[in-house]
Structures are given as C-alpha cells and as structure tokens.
Ligand binder design. Structure first.
Ligand code: ADP
Length: 629
C-alpha cells in the first residue's frame, strides 16, 4: 500500500482542537485511555486464543521511552487492527460518540471540571494522546490474519497518513512524540504513579522502564511490572480503597463521567459459583437514553478471562443502569457468546444478583432516604419498568418506588407504604392521577372530592406510569384506582346524582344533545366540589396526556370519547338550568361550549379551537356588560 493522506471528519478535527487547546486540567488520563485500549485489545486476542491456541502468547502491555527523541510508546500484543479497522476506529470516527461529545461541550462549556473524566464516556479516548503529543504514530498488525501491518500517523491537525509498514508481531504500538511541556511523561516514576492510580487492576502486566546502574557504572534498562493485576472483584471489600473503587468504576462504567453511589460485592458458592462487583451509579449521564450507552451490559469473565460485555441475560433490563463485573467459575472458558443467552448458570447468576441489587436498594431506601431519592430521580423511570416485567420481584419493587402526591410538598416523594400508612380509616383504596406534570395535576378538578374527604392522591408524572399502572393492581391488598377514570365509588354518590337528575333533568338533556358525538356520556357526579364540570376517561382508555404523547411520537391513536361530569352543587348548574327557559338557543350553545372548554383547560388539555373560545367569551361578556333595557 502506498502512503495515503486523508482528511479527518469535521467532528474529529473539532474534537482534536478542543483536546489540544482546552482540556488541560488532568492530562494524566491520556495514559489511562491508551492502557485501557491496550487491555481491551488483549482481552479480545485472549478470547480468540481460547479457540485458536496457537495464538496464545504471554500477554502484556509495555511502556517505553526514548528520552533523547522524547518519544513515549505504549505497546500491546493484543488483537491489532487491519487497515479497514484503523480507518474505521481511528480515522474517520463514524461513531456517534464524537458528535455527542462535541454537543455536550457546546452545552456545558469546555471549562467544566469533570471534562477529562468525560472523555472516556464518549469513546474518544485515543485522541486524548494529542493532549501531550504533537504527533502520534500507531503501528498495528491484526492478530491471526495475513493482512499487512499498518502505520497511521497524524499531528492532529485536520489530516492523517496511512501506509503499510513492517511489524512482525501482532498487536499495536502507539508512539507519542511528546510536546515540550509534556516531558515529565518520559519519567518512569511519573508513569508508574499514573498506572498505579488508574490501571492497577488491569489483568495483564504493565511495565515501565527501570534503569539500573551496574557496578561497572553502566546503565541497563529493564522492564518493571507496576500494576498489581489483582482483579478488584476477587479482593476483600475491606481491603479496597475508595480510590480503587473509583478508578475501577470509571473503567467499567458505561457512563464514566459520573460517580458511583455504592459498590456491591456478591460472592456465590454452591451450585453456581461466581463473584461479582457491581455498582449502583449515582447520577445518570446526560445521554442516558442514548441507545449506545445502553448497549453494553455487565462484563462477564470466566475464571478471570474476559468473555463479553454484551451478555444481556445477566441482568434484567430494568436494572440496566447497574454496571460491573461477574466472574464465573462454572462456565466453560471457550463458551460461545450465543450459548450464553440460554444458559442455566447465567440464569442462576441473574437471579442471585437481581435479588442482591434489590436488597441493597431496599437498605438504601430505609437507611439513606435522601440519597435514595436522588438516585430514584435519576433512574426511577428505568427501575419502574420492572413493575411491569418482573412478576417474581414485583412485591419487592413496589417497596422501591417513590411518587409525589397531592398532600406531599412538591420537592418530596413518598413510598406506597407511607401512602397506605397515612390512609384514614374510611379510605379503602389507593388513589392516583396520571399527567405530564405536577403543576397541571394540582389544579385538576377531579381531585376536589378527595381533598374534601381528606384522602391523598398519588401523582404519577412519568410517561411510563400509565403503562406500569396496568399491572400494579394492588399494594397491601388495596386496589389502585385512578381518580380521573370512570367507575369510582364515591361516598353518597347515588342519592346525590338521583336528586340532581330530578332537579336539573332539562339541562342534562340539553347538554347530552349538544355534546352528542363528542362524549360518550354526560352525567352528574359528586366528584367535584369547586369546579362546575370535568372530563374523565373511560376505564380502559388512554388518558389525554398519553394520547398526546403517542401522537407526538407519530403513532396513530384513535381519540377516545370522554365522559363529562357536572357538579350539581355549583351555582352555574341551576343558573344554566333556569336559562334554558329564557335564553336564546344560540347563547345556550355558547355557554355549553365554554363549559366544555373550561373542562379541558382545567385538566391541562389544549383547546380544539382557541379562537372560538375567545370569541364566545367576548360576546357573552359584551352581553353581560350591555346596559339592561
Ligand atoms: P474506545 O476505546 O472508547 O472505543 P478510542 O478512541 O479510545 O475509543 O478507540 C477507538 C477504537 O480504536 C477502539 O474501540 C478500538 O477498536 C480501536 N483501538 C484503539 N486502540 C487500540 C489498540 N491498542 N489495539 C486495538 N484496537 C485499538
């Protein structure tokens, strides 16, 4: 292959520019990123060698320096890359990560203190080399392939060169031509301290040069292993420092710009033997819902050999925010990734760690409510999916959800247990209302009856709540009942409704005719105390905010007919009833329309025809204000 020069994609250039000019606060991490790439590459080669033993070799990562030329080299004997792979992984960066990273930089500004920490989160670690190097050269040969070795090089200014080169051994060598102000990275003590800090647990030896002066005063350079290589998940929790947890978390986490809330060690013996170190994250990355971020699961090792981080079966979907390592002693080393999906050992592990995680969450909600509440704000939406999907753990999950409620200050949330404990004796069911935000729920007229009775109502403002409620049914033998749905049993309702029908029968008939086709029913109810009317939803139908949500996602949803309920205690009702005798038909129609629009407004729904509403109100105001004849 002859030498080719290629332009970086625009985003890469922008990124490099930022790397070089703005991200100076912790340049040490460039080494962590390169070592992590080297370790990943060895993981992959190691895994391939399980079925191709001739490829097994003594795995290692060597860091060497040329003090005169100011070159720092990180060498691994891992998987290496073909030319296409170099182009794809290093050159063009078709990855979504780069774009997302730049967008975040735009939003947060480049001065953010946690910036270097965020580099890893976006899969742009390799480029951090340009923080310390004015030129980077990568020479690589793909393991187990005849493809020629490739040399990629760049000064990080808009373009890179790529050509074939001589390299006999499989693996990758990254050479950094250090900038003048980065010469400290030629010193072994400096390299050693960075490796110890960030990469101690890496399972392969990492060496730095050690200079020894012999008796003949001659210097000899040897390789000194500086990492303990001790898999952190196999160590005693009491002997692991917070620093070690932190650096391991940032290595393993899918969202490494963040910190963890709690490490969880699991050690299972007997039928299925494994050890796990899992982390509850503290905060969600800003791109939690990006599909890329969710693709990776727990890292699965078998007897300390990395197998995969794409074994979905290890963890139920609703716990996908948990990250960590599972190391099994029972699975065969040459297990294929396909077999894993349907493996009884994996199923056992999943069961054990799910129970352990839920147990830890329970401890947290009981002992450290403040942190749990913050955690739930970040990840509750995902956790709640379990209420719908995991029936075995359903009861445990019910104790882990938090909701706002009518009687709870806006900044606080309560558990279902706390709700039930506070129920007055006369209350038999758990009441809830769904909607898109607290503010619009608070003024929903459907709450009036419950407020008067002294019953609390749970506020469910996550879009997922509506879906979850379909399977929630009961908590401590009490039914969940939506206050905006048909079929509520309210105290004294039957008599009051009967009396109202007798008294205001004419109005009811008029409105029924008027709203024919628009509603499925018009009726009196005791649901309201202050408002004249409200709209409720039929039992199985989607509430209006969900219909809007689905439409916003371009899903065809038929508009369900609602029920209009009237408050016979409201002075407007007898007044309208009396008007039926005297007013003109056209005016009556306007009153009816305004009534309808009021019901929509008070539940936070948009009006079908705002202009008509304004016109109606204006006309009636004018009539009211006109001097009486
Ligand atoms: P990330 O490692 O987060 O994916 P990087 O920018 O650090 O992002 O690396 C991009 C890709 O380049 C890696 O995913 C990997 O495929 C490839 N790569 C980087 N370094 C090496 C290496 N030492 N050996 C083999 N492949 C590598």
């Amino acid at each position: 292959m002859t030498k080719r020069s290629c332009e970086f994609k625009t985003e890469v250039s922008q990124l490099l520019n930022l790397m070089i000019n703005s991200l100076y606060s912790n340049r040490d991490i460039f080494l962590r990123e390169l070592v992590a790439n080297a370790a990943d590459a060895i993981d992959k080669a190691h895994f391939e060698s399980l079925t191709a033993p001739e490829q097994a070799r003594e795995w290692k990562i060597a860091i060497s320096v040329d003090k005169e030329k100011k070159i720092l080299t990180v060498t691994d004997n891992g998987i290496g890359m073909t030319e296409e792979e170099v182009e794809e992984n290093i050159g063009t960066i078709a990855k979504s990560g780069t774009k997302a990273f730049l967008k975040m930089l735009e939003e947060k500004g480049t001065g953010a203190a946690d910036m270097p920490e965020m580099i890893g989160q976006f899969g742009v670690g390799f480029y951090s080399a340009f923080m310390v190097a004015s030129r980077v050269e990568l020479r690589t040969k793909r393991s187990g392939s005849d493809a020629p070795a490739v040399c990629w090089s760049s000064t990080g200014e808009g373009s890179y060169d790529i050509e074939s080169c001589d390299k006999a051994d499989p693996g990758t060598e990254v050479r950094l031509f250090l900038k003048d102000d980065a010469e400290m990275y030629l010193e072994s003590w400096k390299l050693e301290s960075i490796i110890r800090k960030y990469s101690d647990y890496i399972a392969y030896p990492i060496t730095v040069p050690e200079v020894k002066v012999g008796e003949d005063k001659k210097e000899t350079v040897t390789e000194k292993v500086v990492n303990s290589q001790k898999a952190i998940w196999l160590r005693k929790p009491s002997e692991i420092t917070e620093d070690e947890y932190r650096s391991f978390y940032s290595h393993i986490s899918n969202f490494s710009g963040t910190t963890y809330l709690k490490p969880i060690h699991v050690s299972a013996e007997g039928a299925s033997e494994f050890k796990a170190l899992l982390f509850l994250p503290k905060e969600a990355p800003f791109n939690l819902l990006m599909p890329d971020i969710q693709k990776k699961g727990l890292q699965l090792y078998v007897k300390r050999v990395f197998i995969t981080d794409e074994c979905k079966a290890l963890l139920p979907d609703y716990l996908r925010f948990v990250c960590g390592v599972v190391d099994s002693s029972d699975l065969p080393l040459n297990v294929s990734r396909e077999i894993l999906q349907d493996n009884p050992h994996i199923a056992k592990i999943e069961k054990t760690i799910t129970a352990k995680i839920l147990g830890e969450l329970k401890k947290l909600i009981e002992n450290d409510r403040e942190n749990y509440a913050k955690f739930f704000d970040e990840f509750g939406r995902i956790l709640k999916e379990g209420l719908h999907t995991d029936f075995t753990n359903g009861e445990k999950l019910k104790d882990l959800v938090l909701y706002g409620s009518m009687n709870t200050p806006a900044e606080k949330k309560i558990t279902l247990g706390e709700y039930v404990d506070a129920m007055p004796e006369s209350q038999k069911e758990i009441y809830y209302i769904t909607g898109d935000k607290r503010e619009s729920l608070e003024s929903n007229p459907s709450l009036e009856y419950f407020r008067k009775q002294g019953f609390d109502v749970l506020f469910m403002t996550d879009p997922i709540d509506e879906w979850v409620m379909q399977s929630l049914n009961q908590y401590r033998k009490k039914n969940f009942v939506s206050v905006t749905k048909d079929g509520l049993e309210l105290d004294g309702a039957a008599d009051a409704v009967k009396a109202a029908q007798e008294k205001f029968g004419k109005l009811l008939e008029f409105l029924k005719k008027e709203f024919e086709g628009r509603v499925s029913e018009v009726r009196f109810s005791v649901r309201l105390t202050e408002s004249p009317c409200c709209l409720i939803t039929e039992g199985g139908a989607l509430p209006p905010h969900m219909e809007r949500l689905f439409r916003a996602m371009h899903q065809a949803i038929p508009e369900s007919k609602r029920i209009l309920e009237l408050n016979p205690e409201h002075p407007l009702i007898p007044a309208l009833n009396a008007l039926l005798e005297s007013a003109e038909e056209a005016d009556l129609k306007k009153y009816a329309d305004i009534l309808w629009d009021q019901a929509l407004l008070s539940e936070g729904s948009p009006l079908k025809d705002t202009a008509a509403f304004v016109k109606n109100v204006t006309e009636l105001m004018l009539k009211g204000l006109a001097p009486k004849k």
